[in-house]
Write a protein of this length. Sequence first.
Length: 271
Amino acid sequence: MIFGAITNSWREQLPSRTVMELVGVAAEKGAKHIELRQTCLGECEDGAGEDWRPNLDKLQEVVEAYPNLTFDLAMALPCLTQRVDPAGEMFQAALAGAKLVGGAQPHLRVVDPSPLDGPWESPSDIPEEALGLADLATEAARQGVIMSMENSSLPIRNMAMLVEQVRSMVPESAGQGLGLCPDPTNQLRRFPDSDPLAELDALPLDMIKIVHFKQMRNGETVSRVDEGDLDCHRMRDILDAKGYAGAAIMEIPSDAAVFDNLEASFQYLDS
């Protein structure tokens, strides 16, 4: 696995420091991959909501300054609760940003922050709006971009069901480019009686495009990845056993000591 950081961990630092500088600090602490998250890109983004756009010139400066790092672009996209136009300006701008930062393997990670009714029991429960993901995945694949979805209000197994359904609707080349960003702690927070690591273990390797590590203790988010409600060592072992070699993002909360917490999270998972 390639341990990495995400820019929404740096909300406290961003008003006074540039993304360019903060990426460098994360690299000094051991990050090998950076997830560039919409709303936390400082000089590298413009606008908000539907008017959000990545600043391609500034993103290119960051990527060129750190040639030994890999990057992906992440955004909120209501792709499960609304029909998103694949030819629309915002989605096209996001694909352009993903291609710019992603090098040989461009990757756009999306999450729908809208509350969803779930969990789904069968594919027939998947709302029609969510099946519009087929058009987005087809367009992303046409441009050579991998697309992954994070589970925010649904279990991992439901997200896998959705990917399987959409893959059945598109050409194989487009389907293989669509997958998940599993976040077991998201599931544990919403469904405390579930076993998100068992659901992670059930995923085929080709469906796992990137993963998020975070931790809670007694249901409350903690500042680093270590002991807590989720067995993060078990999560690491599951991914290792599958042969997962992609990015593992420490999605730790913003804090004055966030970079020390980032380094401690890497050390914990390595222990």
